[in-house]
Every structure is written in structure tokens, then in C-alpha cells.
Ligand binder design. Structure first.
Ligand code: HAM
Length: 463
């Protein structure tokens, strides 16, 4: 048997329905914020990630899926979405357009990590990027998008941690302070961190090996090295978050594992018992230098991404009931070939009218078809019996109340509409009442009195 690659997942059945619901909610929400959907390639030239995400990050040094294509070009499966969006912004000269550009994306990312619950080698990120504004209001809006989406999904137990790395001057001062702090203890650090000390000491702070090392826990924090301007900017972000009633905690330990950040950085944790160590469901920050670094003009940017795999896991752990459709409206059953042909035709008609309809495809006995209707959680089922069909009738059963009714085929759509939308089966127990209220058949004489062939009263089915 061929198995799926390590660290990848098959998403199907109920879980796939949850994904679809989450993705539709994201699309609808992003429309409201007026962010445009964007797709960039799943692979890019390797150099983009080396220059963009950073030479000293774990993502680039240890986790990328690199390959040489048949034209001997170095390619990398994207480990994240921001660098690709920035490349596209520059290549398509979007900086000439009305700024800011507000985009979102949703797609697979690849990192060669050690798989565990919530951490995969192929995972899906939904992310947003705002390119071309340095207003702290944008930082607050981006953080609020993340929080609002989690909250619309019913995820209440989350914690927003925010921090500021400051501008280049503040970051340089902080970098200096970290080097001075760690240098005397270099031998107490793991071999990777010893290398990171001069290359990029910030990366020591999110080292997975040294995470519990006292040295890291007591290291200097960014906040103490912010210059006045950066401090004021961070205060503005916080005050805008207050206006939006977003609860957050300033956590000076948040530095993020990618090199491109400055000023605001944030992480959203799922505060859920038993969720495991991979509890950061979304994260992001400001990256004012990246566009320039990749060859474009100075552009202030802010964004975040959330791992949909982790988000769906959180929804499941919290047992959040989402309004996902878990059944069909009608299951059509038949025995002989003529009835089957009618089932094929009727299923199509009803689907086009907006109903969720299924039928039999494997030659089951009638008894087994009833069981199949139950398995599919069908709200109604109908046996297409040749005799009934000759009389223009159909026997329909409400699978919840178990009541049966024989109705005219002409009224089937109305019958389903009324009963499905009425929720608690308004007419199901009283088919006669339903038929009286919906008797739109006529015996030749048009019920509106207008007896010609192009009667357009809309009340009867005689034309
Ligand atoms: P990141 O923190 O590397 O940031 O990833 C963002 C989110 O992707 C994480 O919080 C997590 O939910 C999910 N994620 C990351 N790695 C994995 C994995 N191996 N398995 C499952 N889920 C994972 C970024 O990628 C930045 N591009 C975010 C950003 C956008 N910053 C500014 N704009």
C-alpha cells in the first residue's frame, strides 16, 4: 500500500465540511474588510526565501523543501505566504497603485518539521497582508481580523500576546544588548545558538532546544530598548486595540521566528486544555523593510497568518458546533429501470431548484436503500414507484416523524420547501392540509379565470 508522505494529512468527511465552513466564513469576512483574494505560486525561486524569511531562521536553514527543476533552477516549496505576496507586489508594480494594497490568501505551505499534533509538513495558512501603510491603525485592524474570525467561529479561549521590536535603531540597540548578555555564557548555549549569537542573536530567543534554559528566560526584553518614536507607535497600536475592545497582553518575550519583523509582533494562543505544545494558532507582525530588501521601494507592511489545521483542531477540541450541513434533503429510491431513469431526471430538477438530493447508485435492494437514506441522514425519502408515477404522484416520507404522504409530483418542490424550511414539519402530519393550501393544479380551466395559453398569473401550473 502506498501511504501519504509523513507530516501530510487527508482531510475528508465531517472534517472537510468544517474546513469548508471556516474557509467560507473567512471569504465572507474578508469581503467586509475589503481585502482582495490573492493567489501566488506554491513554489518560488529559493533565493526569495533566503533573502525574505532570513538566512538565520530555522525555516530557511532546516525546514525548506528545496529542489532543482529540470532547467537546473533552485526552487523552494513555499514555507509561508508573505515573501510570495511581496515578490508579486514588486513584480506587478502594485506600489504604483492606490496604496495600501490589502490582500488575503489561503493555501498550502511546506516545512520539513518533526510532525506532531498541530505541526505538519504540509499545512494550510490563511493570511492577510497590508502593503503601503505605516499607520498603527493598520496593525490594530490586522490583529482584530484574526481575533474576530476566531470569535465568529465560537473560539473564546484564546490569548493575544503582543510586543514591539521597534524600528531599526531600537532593534540594533537590542541586538547589541543580547550579544553582551549571552557572550559570557556562550558555552551554555546549544551549538546552533552559538552560531546565532553573532549572526542573529534574536533567533536564540525562540530556539526550540534551549527553550527552558534559564539564560533565555532572563534575557533582556525588546520593550526596554525601544526609542521614543517606537514606544509611542506601540502605545498607539495598543490604544487602537482598546477602541476595538480586543483583549491582549503585552508579552516582551515574543520575538517571532522570521527575520523580517519590526515594530508590532503578535501571536494568538489557543488557551485550551490538552491542546498540546503547538498552540499558536495565528501570528504576524509588521515588516517595513522586506519590500526594499527584495528589490522594491521602501514600503511599510503588516500582516498575519493563521494555521487552518490548528484552528480546526481547536474547534474540535472545544467541541464547537458549527452550522454545517450534515445530511441530504431527499433520498430518491427506485427498483426498476424506468423508475431509475425518473430518479435521475427528478434528482437533477430538484438540485437545480436548490435542494440537496441523493439517490441509489449501487443496485441495493429497496430495504437497503431505506438504510442508506438513514445513513445519509436524509430528512425526506421517496420511493419512485411506477404506478404512482403514472398517476403523477410520489410517496414521500418524513424520516424524522416517520409520517408518509402521497402528493402530486407538481407540488413536490413546494412540499419540500415548506417542510424543510418550516423546520418542525409544518404540514408533514397533515398532508391534506398541505395539498389544500398548495392546490395549484387545474383541470383545463385556469384558476385565475384567464384561460389562454400564455397565462402568466404565476398561480397555477396549467401552462
Ligand atoms: P508563522 O508564525 O511561521 O508566520 O506561521 C503562522 C501560523 O501558521 C502559525 O501560527 C501556525 O498556526 C501555522 N503553522 C506554522 N507552521 C506550521 C506547521 N508546521 N504545521 C501546522 N501549522 C503551522 C508566518 O508564516 C508569517 N508569514 C505570518 C505573517 C504574515 N507575518 C506577516 N504576515
Amino acid at each position: 500500500m502506498i501511504s501519504k508522505p509523513k507530516g501530510t494529512r487527508d482531510i475528508y468527511g465531517r472534517e472537510a465540511k468544517i474546513w469548508k465552513y471556516v474557509e467560507e466564513l473567512i471569504d465572507a469576512t474578508m469581503d467586509k474588510y475589503n481585502y482582495t483574494y490573492m493567489r501566488t505560486p506554491v513554489f518560488e525561486e529559493s533565493e526569495l526565501y533566503h533573502r525574505g524569511v532570513g538566512e538565520s531562521t530555522d525555516i530557511v536553514t532546516k525546514e525548506t523543501y528545496d529542489f532543482m527543476d529540470r532547467g537546473e533552477r533552485h526552487m523552494t516549496l513555499r514555507p509561508e505566504g508573505t515573501a510570495g505576496v511581496v515578490r508579486s507586489f514588486i513584480e506587478n508594480k502594485m506600489y504604483g497603485d492606490n496604496l495600501p494594497i490589502k490582500v488575503y490568501y489561503n493555501g498550502p505551505m511546506y516545512r520539513y518539521e518533526r510532525p506532531q499534533a498541530g505541526r505538519y509538513r504540509e499545512f494550510t495558512q490563511f493570511g492577510v497582508e497590508v502593503l503601503g501603510s505605516n499607520d498603527p491603525m493598520v496593525d490594530a485592524e490586522v490583529i482584530s481580523i484574526a481575533v474576530n474570525i476566531y470569535s465568529m467561529l465560537g473560539l473564546e479561549n484564546i490569548k493575544v500576546n503582543i510586543n514591539s521590536l521597534g524600528d531599526t535603531e531600537s532593534r540594533d540597540r537590542y541586538r547589541e544588548a543580547l550579544i553582551n548578555y549571552f557572550k559570557p555564557h556562550i558555552n551554555e548555549l546549544c551549538s546552533d545558538c552559538q552560531e546565532r549569537l553573532l549572526k542573529n542573536p534574536l533567533r536564540i530567543l525562540d530556539c526550540k532546544v534551549d527553550a527552558d534554559n534559564e539564560l533565555l528566560i532572563n534575557a533582556p526584553t525588546t520593550i526596554d530598548y525601544l526609542n521614543e518614536e517606537s514606544k509611542k507607535r506601540f502605545e498607539d497600536v495598543c490604544s487602537y486595540l482598546d477602541i476595538l475592545s480586543i483583549k491582549y497582553e503585552v508579552n516582551p518575550k515574543i520575538v517571532r521566528g522570521l527575520d523580517y519583523y519590526n515594530h508590532t509582533v503578535f501571536e494568538v494562543e489557543a488557551d485550551i486544555e490538552g491542546f498540546g505544545s503547538q498552540n499558536v494558532i495565528g501570528a504576524g507582525g509588521r515588516y517595513n523593510g522586506l519590500v526594499n530588501q527584495i528589490g522594491g521601494p521602501e514600503t511599510a507592511c503588516m500582516g498575519f497568518a493563521t494555521g487552518l489545521d490548528r484552528l480546526v483542531l481547536a474547534l474540535e477540541k472545544e467541541e464547537i458546533k458549527l452550522p454545517i450541513n450534515e445530511g441530504t434533503d431527499l433520498f430518491l429510491m427506485y427498483v426498476n429501470e424506468d423508475e431509475k431513469k425518473y430518479a435521475l431526471y427528478l434528482a437533477q430538477e430538484l438540485r437545480m431548484a436548490g435542494f440537496i438530493v441523493d439517490t441509489e447508485y449501487t443496485g441495493r435492494s429497496l430495504k437497503a436503500q431505506f438504510k442508506q437514506a438513514d445513513r445519509l441522514n436524509s430528512r425526506f425519502s421517496a420511493v419512485l414507484n411506477s404506478e404512482d408515477l403514472d398517476n403523477n404522484e410520489i410517496k414521500i416520507k418524513n424520516n424524522k416523524t416517520k409520517k408518509e404522504a402521497v402528493i402530486s409530483l407538481d407540488t413536490l418542490i413546494y412540499y419540500l420547501d415548506e417542510n424543510l424550511n418550516a423546520g418542525e414539519n409544518e404540514f408533514g402530519d397533515d398532508a391534506d392540509k398541505f395539498l389544500r393550501e398548495h392546490d395549484k393544479s387545474c383541470d383545463g380551466d385556469c384558476c385565475c379565470g384567464d384561460n389562454d395559453d400564455d397565462c402568466s398569473c404565476g398561480n397555477c401550473h396549467c401552462h
